[in-house]
Design a protein around this ligand. Structure first.
Ligand code: UDP
Length: 236
């Protein structure tokens, strides 16, 4: 059996990925499939922190005419809904899971406390980080970068519905070229929409590699953790 090449990972799951083919809301078949894959990876003894997005329910920038901070607060709440759905699915698979929120809502989940999160990981629990970093004007990609730095993760697994980073949208351009490797500077200079620039810079400054891969391909989370060549790697 192959050994994992990473001991501690942050898995970033966008809201879009949780919507499956529905495009909006939560598709439970998709959530269950993700939970199955996480359960499979847990057998490899890898510490897994998950950052969930919220775009399947609400994005701050959808609130046209709204106060941006209020719209972003709504987005952060959306991530909590997703986090609870994933937690439920993981626990049905007997995977001990804790949700930690960056905005306190103690009746629902633990507040984010770094040392406690690390302790959960050491005890083999999956930790789901919800409510972003707790501040408006940021994204859950930035949350993934920040939490990865805080918990000393080896890599960010950036789960998408496309199999890597392209020079143009492969859905619109059949000649779009896929990159196997990129540097952080490439992503920033070429304005590739892998992650927003705040998140990319944070990864660059802290030397956290990012693997962009297709979550809809079954088994890809495990393949990424085993070091197989899937998707696009962004690093120094
Ligand atoms: N958000 C925020 N601060 C954060 C993280 C998220 O204000 O630290 C809000 C923001 O409005 C964002 C929404 O939550 O649009 C959902 O997050 P995101 O768009 O990153 O989700 P994804 O695109 O991954 O589904």
């Amino acid at each position: 059996m192959k050994n994992p090449v990473y001991n501690r990972v942050i898995l970033k799951i966008s809201g879009e990925a949780l919507a499956g083919d529905k495009g909006f809301g939560i598709d439970f078949d998709t959530v269950n499939q993700i939970a199955d894959e996480i359960a499979e990876v847990k057998k490899l003894n890898v510490d897994i922190g998950v950052v969930v997005g919220g775009g399947n329910i609400w994005r701050g920038r959808s609130g046209i005419g709204m106060d941006r901070s209020t719209a972003d607060h709504m987005g952060m709440l959306a991530t909590v809904i997703n986090a609870l759905a994933l937690q439920d699915s993981l626990e049905k698979r007997n995977i001990p899971t804790r949700v930690q929120t960056a905005i306190e809502m103690r009746a629902i989940a633990e507040p984010y406390i770094r040392r406690r999160a690390i302790r959960h990981l050491e005890k083999g629990r999956v930790v789901i980080f919800a409510a972003g970093i707790g501040s408006p004007f940021f994204s859950t990609d930035t949350t993934a970068a920040l939490r990865a730095a805080e918990i000393d993760a080896d890599v960010i697994l950036l789960a998408k519905k496309v199999d890597g980073v392209y020079d143009s949208d492969p859905k619109l351009n059949s000649d779009a070229k896929k990159f196997d490797k990129l540097t952080y500077k490439d992503v920033l200079n070429m304005r590739l929409g892998v992650m927003d620039s705040t998140a990319t810079s944070l990864c660059m400054d802290n030397n956290i590699p990012i693997i962009v891969f297709d979550l809809t391909q079954k088994g890809n989370i495990k393949r990424a953790i085993l070091g197989e060549n899937i998707g696009t790697v962004v690093k120094e």
